[in-house]
Write a protein of this length. Structure first.
Length: 216
């Protein structure tokens, strides 16, 4: 079942697009099933759950923290996290930089832009992102590697709205990339909207229920 869904989704993705299998709420045994089918990138939104799975599962899994992250929890994932997707404040950048240094590694991050027209709590404005980007690139956080942007579209059936939101993220990404050519990751698209996200230029999708089924 899982192997079949993974294969089907993978076939729809351009080669440059990374599939992050969002395994939140599903037990380690289910993650292992996907791993045995060849999947290596997994996404979680809760720190404790990600730590438990990291401890239980093969060490060549790339763990992505995709949800909102509280500063006081960065220390638990700092030793192993592959990519933190939802960075939206300098407070969080400071903490990630500090914990990366303590672990003698660099930690890769995406800056999360608030693109949804609907009310959401998390994500930064374009100008806040530009400020964070210039601080990182100016050397303020030497233990952080800034890889690109992440965003979540509104939960709506209105396709033109979702496209508009993805376009705004892609636009900012292209602007920043012209200034900072080393950024290469645009994380957008979930089970309900990843085909639209890919059409709008995503190169990393975060897909959960379309692989693992509905969460309980
Ligand atoms: C849960 C979650 C996803 C995956 O959602 P699905 O609709 O199950 O694909 C993607 N991104 C974030 C930030 C999430 O929290």
């Amino acid at each position: 079942m899982i192997a079949e869904s993974l294969r089907k989704i993978q076939q729809e993705l351009p080669e440059i697009c990374t599939l992050v299998a969002v395994s939140k709420t599903h037990p380690a045994s289910v993650v292992l099933e996907a791993y045995l089918a060849g999947q290596r990138h997994f996404g979680e939104n809760k720190v404790q759950e990600m730590v438990d799975k990291w401890e239980a599962l093969p060490k060549d899994i790339h763990w992505h923290l995709i949800g909102h992250l509280q500063s006081n929890k960065v220390k638990y994932i700092a030793p192993f996290v592959q990519l933190i997707h939802a960075v939206d404040s300098t407070k969080l950048l400071e903490e990630i930089d500090k914990r990366a240094a303590q672990n003698e590694r660099k930690i890769a991050v995406l800056l999360q832009m608030k693109i949804a027209e609907e009310e959401t709590k998390f994500g930064a404005t374009a100008s806040e992102i530009e400020e964070m980007a210039s601080a990182i690139e100016g050397g303020k956080y030497p233990n952080i590697v800034w890889k690109g942007l992440m965003g979540m579209a509104s939960f709506t059936d209105d396709e033109s709205q979702v496209r508009r939101e993805f376009k705004s993220l892609k636009n900012l990404f292209e602007q920043l990339k012209s200034r900072y050519p080393e950024i290469d990751t645009l994380s957008m698209g979930m089970s309900g909207d990843y085909p639209l996200a890919i059409a709008e230029g995503s190169n990393m999708v975060r897909v959960g229920s379309a692989i693992f089924g509905a969460r309980g």
